[in-house]
Ligand binder design. Structure first.
Ligand code: NAD
Length: 490
């Protein structure tokens, strides 16, 4: 079948300074469906010149936007939230077409809209403090927007990422240049069109499409960008931090990869643990930073857990991501598919035991599909146990004691999300305390999270936190104002 949205109705240009434009050199890149392999559309590829123009627009818009009262800023954000909600189905279709996400799993637009709604009034929370503790002075702090900022997002949950990056920055009074991922640029361009309709002043929101080089690299080393908020791989995160250090030492917020462990103790509800840990790996076809890609089960219940897990994992219906009955779509693109194949090969050559899957596959002769794959008894130093596979792939190992389970769970350079299943409250709390991880699920696992709780990583999974009540802080500078007063009454 063809696509539900015809190419001429798809926005594929950059949004800079309140207007849509082609690339300065007219350059484009071809976007293809990972399911049918058909061409969807040629998307504009941002050049250095386009990127510099977007930064200049954000810089020019900053004085006025940062001086606009929070209620007015919030009114644009509320309007945008409404438009995003109304466009839910179109966002779902655009991401299904571009990166294979089943429309049946789509929740990003609702989540993004609620972020814009929640942040709409949060600009009022940017307040300082006062101090009378220094005799002869009345001192205060001012919390002010840091300046024009940049955001670079991945492809797996793009609209959610747009909400997470844009909403707090705009509420704080910052102007933004955001670069979407080359694998899923269409939903970001659609959001740009909605921002335009919502009436944001020119230059406040600028959205570019294109690859890491040149556009992303230009943003990370730009002298006029004061903060860069990046979500993506740890590999690229390192480059962004190095570019920031080498240019103007801009503030860097990094949300990076994960190799998240789930521990299942013998006293847990095994069926529930198996069902939820499977869902964690099915979401976005295992291409989620928080997927529980290492599972450790207590030896005594390992057979029972594995049987339940495998039955659940195999059951997902593969197919066209645009069809409502599809539960497993293709992997995002040929690059992602080839990357996963290298891990399937490494696992075959390794010492683990294949339980199910282990191969790539197709549906009706189409698509970059991967069989849900489970290996067991995988040595801790194997490639698939240490690196992020980013596919429907999991290693299930066993443990005897709590101490052994914690040691193995923390034996990673990542630290994004960790879960523990047990009915022993004291053990749950001990393990939660011991995990080296930005988030912990007790008797639940990813994607479970809460909007008002911080999100971010320990160790190689990143730095800084996002989430209501936490993100705003990243976008504000603190200024100390020392006011000398004449103490003697006149
Ligand atoms: P990626 O690092 O390859 O790309 C991410 C973004 O960075 C893209 O927009 C890309 O164009 C851009 N980029 C690439 N090279 C760049 C450079 N040199 N300078 C500036 N920008 C550059 O990651 P991906 O494949 O898009 O996404 C998958 C990764 O993202 C996984 O590692 C996953 O764990 C991580 N992720 C993390 C979170 C989180 O919140 N922690 C959420 C989603 C995804």
């Amino acid at each position: 079948m063809g696509f539900p949205i015809s190419p001429e109705k798809i926005e594929r240009r950059h949004y800079i300074d309140g207007a849509f434009s082609e690339s300065s050199d007219k350059g484009t890149f071809e976007l293809k469906s990972p399911y049918s392999h058909e061409k969807i559309v040629d998307v504009c590829e941002a050049t250095v010149e386009d990127t510099n123009r977007a930064v200049a627009a954000a810089k020019a818009a900053f004085p006025s936007w940062s001086n606009t009262d929070p209620q007015t800023r919030g009114s644009y954000m509320k309007k945008l939230a409404e438009l995003i909600k109304q466009s839910n189905d179109e966002f779902a279709q655009l991401d299904a077409m571009a990166m294979g996400r089943p429309v049946s799993q789509y929740f990003d637009a609702g989540y993004a809209a609620s972020l814009f709604e929640h942040y709409a009034m949060m600009g009022y929370e940017a307040q300082g403090t006062t101090s009378l503790n220094t005799p002869g002075f009345m001192n205060m702090t001012l919390r002010q927007p840091i300046g024009p900022v940049a955001a670079i997002i991945p492809w797996n949950v793009p609209v959610m990422m747009l909400g997470m990056k844009l909403a707090p920055a705009l509420a704080a009074g910052c102007t933004v240049v955001l670069k979407s991922s080359e694998k899923a640029p269409l939903s970001s361009a659609k959001l740009a069109a909605l921002a335009h309709e919502a009436g944001f002043p020119p230059g406040v929101i600028n959205i570019l499409s294109g690859h890491g080089t040149p556009s992303g690299a230009t943003l990370s080393s730009h002298m006029d960008i004061r903060l860069i908020n990046f979500t993506g791989s740890t590999f690229t995160g390192r480059k962004i931090q190095a570019a920031a250090a080498a240019s103007n030492l801009k503030k860097v917020v990094l949300e990076l990869g994960g190799k998240s462990p789930a521990l299942v103790f013998e006293d847990a509800n095994i069926e529930k643990a198996a069902g939820e840990t499977v869902f964690s790996l099915q979401m976005v076809m295992g291409q989620a930073c928080i997927a529980n890609s290492r599972i450790y089960v207590q030896e005594t219940v390992a057979d029972k857990f594995k049987a339940a897990f495998k039955a659940n994992f195999k059951a997902a219906k593969k197919g066209d991501p645009l069809m409502p009955e599809t539960q497993q779509g293709p992997q995002a693109d040929v690059i992602q598919y080839e990357r996963i194949k290298t891990y399937l090969n490494a696992a075959k050559e390794g010492k683990g035991k294949l339980e199910i899957g282990g191969e790539v596959t197709q549906v009706d002769g189409k698509g970059f599909f991967v069989e849900p794959t489970v290996y067991s008894d995988v040595p801790e130093d194997e490639k698939t146990q240490k690196e992020e596979v980013f596919g429907p792939f999991v290693n299930i190992n066993t443990f005897k004691t709590e101490a052994e389970a914690i040691e193995k769970a923390n034996n990673t350079e990542y630290g994004l999300y960790a879960s523990v299943y047990t009915n022993d409250l004291s053990r749950a709390m001990r393990v939660a305390k011991a995990f080296e991880s930005g988030a912990v699920g007790v008797n639940c696992t990813s994607p479970t999270h809460a909007m008002d709780m911080p999100f971010g990583g320990y160790k190689g999974s990143g730095q800084g936190r996002e989430g209501l009540g936490y993100s705003l802080e990243e976008y504000l500078e603190i200024k100390t104002v020392l006011i000398k007063i004449d103490d003697a009454p006149k």
